[in-house]
Design a protein. Structure first.
Length: 367
């Protein structure tokens, strides 16, 4: 069980993460927000450091500075290895912090490089919990088993993965060398453009203009996944403030957090139960499955309508559901992402879902 008193130090092998996200997910510049939210659900982050030669990451540097990440400069040296310099500096700083800051209980190491496995082992020898963070396609198979917990960046709520569009396949396409003469960019020729979801799943920055119900539901879902006991209102409020320190229920017209929760209970977003202390109720999701049944029925209807002989792509499917029910959100049903919602439908035997390498996406059919 994860303690409320968790104190986390975050160290990012930034070049590994940024290049992995760009080449594997089509995400550029790197979006730090999903990592910050995932760690906020686990405890308070007391140190944030990122290591790179920042002359290669001008846009990223500005975004990280706004997120209060300390940027450690590792300049490229002539005749030397920039990668090894960053690895060594990060490892030395992490061990130094572990000795000097005994109150730090958890180290989050953002990398997919197996070279950091000895660092993970040493931190765990020092009775520190280690959370690894990496892009799935660029993470060594040796690293995740060494950690207490490993978060694949691809699966974090809020990651808008857009795999690089592939060229239409030709008979000899895999073996032909790249053309040497200028040619029209094949990337612009796609058979089924998939526009990004116009309504973001996760609040970014201040929630003043966002859906406070989605923020509460997504945070509650994250806490339930990572704790064994009940989630009390006080703990939920602390986790929300770690995600967005500017959050104030008064901005949404409520005099207190309890009044906000009672309003959301009336909207069937959450359910309140008597907690261990007066005035601090337990917060959970409604047990009435009728709303969930309606949501899954909507998914099945849309898949049945759109699926061809090969099924229908997962990307864009949520937009189609919102055309029928504009306020649909998987967060209201306790799922952290639309992919998780689709997997739940598969687990219930409602749809069949499989990965399509050519599309770099899942395909769904009615089971």
């Amino acid at each position: 069980m994860i303690s409320d008193d968790e104190r986390i130090a975050l160290f990012l092998d930034y070049e590994n993460l940024a290049i992995g996200a760009r080449e594997g997910l089509g995400v550029s510049p790197f979006d730090f927000g999903p990592i910050a939210d995932a760690l906020a659900e686990r405890g308070g982050v007391v140190a944030r450091r990122a290591y790179a030669d920042w002359s290669y990451f001008d846009d990223d540097r500005r975004l990280l500075a706004r997120a209060q990440v300390e940027l450690i400069e590792i300049p490229q040296r002539l005749g030397g290895s920039r990668k090894n310099a960053a690895d060594i500096k990060l490892a030395v700083d992490a061990i130094e912090l572990a000795y000097e800051r005994g109150f730090v209980t958890t180290f989050a190491i953002g990398t997919g490089d197996s070279d950091f496995t000895p660092l993970v082992h040493k931190l765990r020898e020092m009775d520190k919990r280690v959370i690894g963070i990496g892009v799935q396609s660029s993470t060594s198979a040796l690293l995740p088993p060494a950690c207490d917990e490993f978060l694949f960046y691809d699966r974090l709520p809020g990651v808008d993965a857009r795999p690089p569009v592939r060229r239409p396949r030709r008979p000899a396409d895999r073996h032909e060398p790249a053309p040497t003469t200028p040619a029209p960019d094949p990337v612009v020729v796609v058979t089924e453009p998939d526009p990004p979801d116009p309504a973001p799943d996760e609040p970014v920055g201040s929630t003043a203009d966002g859906d406070v119900g989605r923020l509460v539901a997504s945070t509650l879902a994250g806490l339930q996944r990572h704790t064994d006991g009940p989630v009390l209102a006080s703990r939920l409020k602390r986790a929300i403030l770690r995600k967005d320190p500017t959050f104030d229920e008064g901005d949404h017209g409520f005099r207190g957090f309890g009044e906000l929760l009672r309003h959301l209970q009336g909207e069937r977003v959450v359910e309140l139960r008597e907690g261990s202390a007066q005035g601090d109720p337990e917060v959970t999701f409604p047990e009435d499955g009728s709303a969930d049944d309606d949501a899954f029925a909507l998914l099945v209807d849309v898949v049945r309508e759109l699926a061809g002989p090969g099924g229908v792509q997962l990307s864009g499917l949520k937009d189609q559901m919102r055309k029928r029910v504009p306020d649909f959100s998987e967060k209201r049903h306790g799922f952290n992402s639309f992919l998780s919602f689709a997997k739940a439908a598969r687990a219930r035997g409602l749809v069949a879902m499989e990965w399509d390498d050519d599309l770099a996406d899942h395909r769904l059919r009615v089971a």
